[in-house]
Design a binder for this molecule. Sequence first.
Ligand code: HSE
Length: 352
Amino acid sequence: VSAPLRIALLGAGSVGRAVAERLLTDGEWLADRADGRRLELSAVATRTPARLAGLKVPQGVAIESDPVALVANRPFDVVVELLGGLEPAGEVLRTALDAGTAVVTANKMLLAESGEALEAQARRSRAALRFEAAVAGGTPLLSVIAEDLVAVRIERIRGVINGTTNWILDSMETSGLDLAEAVAAARAAGYAEADPSLDIEGIDAAHKLVILGRLAFGLWIPVAAVRRVATEPPGAGGPGIAGVTRADIEAARAQGQHVRLVAEVRRRGADIEAEVVPRQLLPDDPLAAARGVTNIVAIEGQPVGSVTISGPGAGGPATAAAVIADLVRIARGAGSTWAGLPARDLQPAAAR
Ligand code: HSE
């Protein structure tokens, strides 16, 4: 019998709690998929242990408040980072990768801001760094680009990759709300954060787009090089959807079209361009079909033409399934999400 994969889970929010629940209740089923290796929840770092209420956490599982101390002081095979934000998540990842410990993270902000340094560190210590859950939640996307489409020359990826803003645009269209009313409705429905500016201003989508750009084109585009302000309607002048008006939505609807916040990264000659701006889409555009918090991503390249993937972009149990898929891959001996892809020396156009 192979040794269990000892897991430190950092963060017990909606995704962290769902990861813990799957590991504790579905162990045998998951081990069958992990070459017989048990995925063992060894420790949890959370400042609010009440978030684990109702789960049968065995006695031997350490529950601690400080994720930095937990990872520095005890050996694990994998650290699952679901804290979000730049710190202390960054310190935890640096500590784990430095020690050669595998990391699974859903932290799109940290990857977008520090991906280049983290990748260099993971390559130096030969630690696996996997992050399927960081983009499009429970929808398989990154492994599709990095593994299944490895023989495709990708030219462009465009997608609706922020569920909150899509829910807001969708309800402006279907309920005739203005932006402020739709944001309030999204908050009431539990979709937007208390400070929804990361979503509204397109920053969250830009973070995810940087990750897609790394896998498709081999470079970490600086977040600041992602254009987020539209120069023409819909949404002219404001970052992300901040400038989208009821008139923009109505003008689109009068033509049978839909406004979506489109994140796009593409090759143009020797350059790579990236933007997150609202677009008025024809009804037969695959991205126009995004309703509510659904994510839809179209990957274009030769010789396949276009491959479109859609599914849940958020949600605890769905996103936890992507985290656990990475744990299973690590248990089977897989490397990082980018394993097998070259790190190419391209420059983003806006950074030149
Ligand atoms: N705020 C994000 C969204 C959560 O709305 O898509 C999932 O990454």
